[in-house]
Write a protein that binds this ligand. Structure first.
Ligand code: SIN
Length: 279
């Protein structure tokens, strides 16, 4: 297995490994170590069907719970992230977010496998939320550590949200409902259970408030933290090819599906792995 950093900040491309081949314990541990270090891993030239994709995912953890999206038939833990060439509605994943951060136990990792990608465009961008925390001043770190932030899926999947009503023209069967209005508090600064490093845990799509602050204080501080997190030096960007599998640590990243490929088709398979309650 060969590992080449993607940027000076984080992310790595992994080659010379066949993830379908029935990995040894040693290989799994090497992947886990690389994952802890690089946060986003991009495996090139993989040849998965849905079954083998599931087998690989399960070698790293248990499946997470995927709400609001109808999964692939016969594969309740796999979602097809699909955009046909003529589609115009809102693009799934196109806003800075951390997957399902509104859940009590949000997923630890997400695995996205590219079946068909545009010749140009359709990249996914990532922030590194360890670096977002570590590049704040000591005073700001002290202020944030110990605060809780409120997450909800309401603006995306609630009745009035972006995906609140079934869209007959969308090739993804996304069905928001009333359950999306639930609010979930999480520590604003979380500690990674494996690395012990602290990371900023907020995102613009799902984080709506900071507890025990006035609305003006909370909005201003969140706006600052969102902008701070996505400054270019704290990001990396993945250019997809068919057969690319990218796996990101959802606890310490945000990501953004870039909507710049109108007229092209993009098809991916996505699995999340179960996580723990942030602390
Ligand atoms: C997602 O947000 O999980 C999808 C990202 C992508 O389609 O690039």
């Amino acid at each position: 297995m060969r590992i080449k950093p993607l940027t000076g900040a984080f992310g790595a491309e992994v080659t010379e490994i066949d993830l379908r081949s029935g990995l040894s314990g040693k290989q799994i541990r090497a992947i886990e170590t690389a994952f802890s270090e690089h946060v986003v891993l991009v495996f090139r030239d993989q040849d998965f069907d849905i079954d083998s994709f599931e087998v690989f995912a399960q070698s790293l953890g248990h499946f997470g719970d995927t709400p609001f999206i109808t999964p692939v038939e016969g594969h309740p833990n796999v979602v097809r992230v699909l955009r046909e060439r003529d589609e115009e509605g809102p693009l799934f994943g196109s806003g800075w977010h951390s997957d399902w951060s509104f859940q009590t136990k949000p997923p630890s990792a997400t695995l996205l496998y590219a079946v068909e990608v545009p010749d140009e465009g359709g990249d996914t961008a990532y922030t590194n939320q360890y670096l977002a925390f570590e590049t704040l001043s000591d005073s700001m770190q002290k202020l944030l550590d110990g605060l809780s932030a409120v997450h909800t899926a309401e603006r995306s999947y609630g009745p009035g949200g972006t995906f609140g009503r079934p869209d007959p023209d969308s090739s993804m069967n996304i069905r928001g409902d009333e359950s999306a209005v639930v609010r979930q508090a999480h520590p604003l600064v979380r500690t990674h259970p494996v690395t012990g490093r602290k990371a900023l845990y907020v995102n613009e799509v799902y984080t709506v408030a900071i507890e025990n602050m006035t609305s003006a204080e909370s909005s201003a501080l969140l706006k600052f933290l969102f902008e701070h997190s996505r400054q270019i030096g704290l990001t990396c960007r993945v250019r997809w090819r068919p057969g690319t599998l990218t796996m990101w640590d959802n606890r310490v990243t945000q990501h953004f599906a870039i909507n710049d490929y109108s007229g092209s088709r993009r098809e991916m398979y996505r699995i999340t792995l179960a996580g723990e309650k942030p602390n």
